[in-house]
Write a protein that binds this ligand. Structure first.
Ligand code: GLV
Ligand code: GLV
Length: 322
């Protein structure tokens, strides 16, 4: 029987799979993010065979050293920028993520943000709650439509592909994309156009949605210069990772109304926001909830469990990152 540490309570279905496989599951009693010290203490106090961790847990060389018995750090997330994957090199330890099951939820959330910005739904809701609605008016809270517009997807992986499909089939949008790898199948089957140079995508798209992982090449991908290359009426959506955008530069762009607006589910220094961001009308903010549906989270729970079960039985886990 192996001993598994779960850094914060997640949906039961995956934990149940782990117990059924004969393992002991120890869920952190603090239903909150563990501080660095708490995480290190917990791993020091007991020899665990596996750790089920969250995107809020930083897994690096220090953690690996403190927990030499751990055979797998299984991330309950698609993104894995919280794990220093190169630090695992040469060590008999796996790191895994949970791609796939949350793609639809995240893509629907990205579309929600695009629409909410386009139709100014949050601003309109606040307008009514503030008691400002006195009559129908010809020019009240004028928004934008997506039909016939161009969606620029940066990162055409599982989530980006689902977003492309929703935009094309549901809204009649033209879709263009840029990525480090070409998705020939998608280009052919869905008529999506590849832009090898990001700048031309930025200049053409009416709505831009970010679906890249965070790494050294994507950190501040949307810097001041690139933000300034967007169309004056463009909408920027981010459901990937906050640091992909230079958030302070985005605040300036939004303040000066250089683009129509932005919809953000992730932030550069979560849970903190760049100064001035929350005061702006032309941005919609959600607290990193793009995958927060029972369907997605249950699937992630199942996937994280399957990775752990595989690693503990001496196999390579299905979503091994190294
Ligand atoms: C959430 O952000 C995830 O990476 O799954
Ligand atoms: C990346 O893993 C994605 O699902 O787009």
């Amino acid at each position: 029987m192996a001993k598994i540490f779960v850094t914060r309570r997640i949906p039961e279905n995956g934990l149940e799979l782990l117990r059924q496989a004969g393992h002991e599951v120890v869920v952190s009693e603090k239903n909150d993010v563990l501080t660095r010290d708490e995480l290190l203490e917990a791993l020091k106090a007991t020899s665990y065979d596996a750790v089920l961790c969250l995107l809020t847990d930083k897994i690096n060389a220090e953690v690996l050293e403190i927990a030499p018995s751990v055979k797998i750090f299984a991330n309950y997330a698609v993104g894995f920028d919280n794990i220093d994957v190169p630090a695992l090199k040469g060590k008999e330890v796996f790191a895994t993520n949970t791609p796939g099951g949350s793609s639809n939820s995240v893509a629907e959330h990205a579309m929600t943000l695009a629409l909410t910005v386009a139709k100014r739904a949050v601003e309109a809701d606040q307008f009514i709650r503030d008691g400002k609605y006195v009559s129908w008016a010809p020019f009240l809270l004028m928004g934008k439509e997506l039909q016939g517009k161009t969606l620029g997807i940066i990162g055409l992986g599982r989530i980006g592909s689902r977003m492309a499909e929703i935009a094309q089939k549901g809204f009649g949008m033209k879709v263009i994309y840029s990525d480090i790898v070409r998705n020939g199948a998608m280009e052919e089957s869905a008529g999506i156009h590849f832009h090898p140079v990001l700048e031309t995508l930025l200049q053409e798209a009416d709505c831009i949605s970010l679906h890249v992982p965070l790494n050294n090449t994507t950190r501040h991908l949307m810097n001041k210069e690139r933000l300034n290359q967007m169309k004056p009426e463009a909408i920027l959506v981010n459901t990937s990772r906050g640091p992909v955008i230079d958030e302070a530069a985005l605040v300036e762009i939004l303040k000066n109304k250089k683009i129509f607006g932005a919809g953000l589910d992730v932030f550069e220094n979560e849970p903190q926001l760049a100064p001035g961001l929350a005061e702006l009308d032309n941005v919609v903010l959600t607290p990193h909830i793009a995958s927060a549906t029972h369907a997605a989270r249950d699937d992630m729970s199942r996937a994280v469990a399957m990775n752990i079960i595989a690693a503990l039985s001496g196999q390579t886990p299905p979503n091994a990152l190294s």
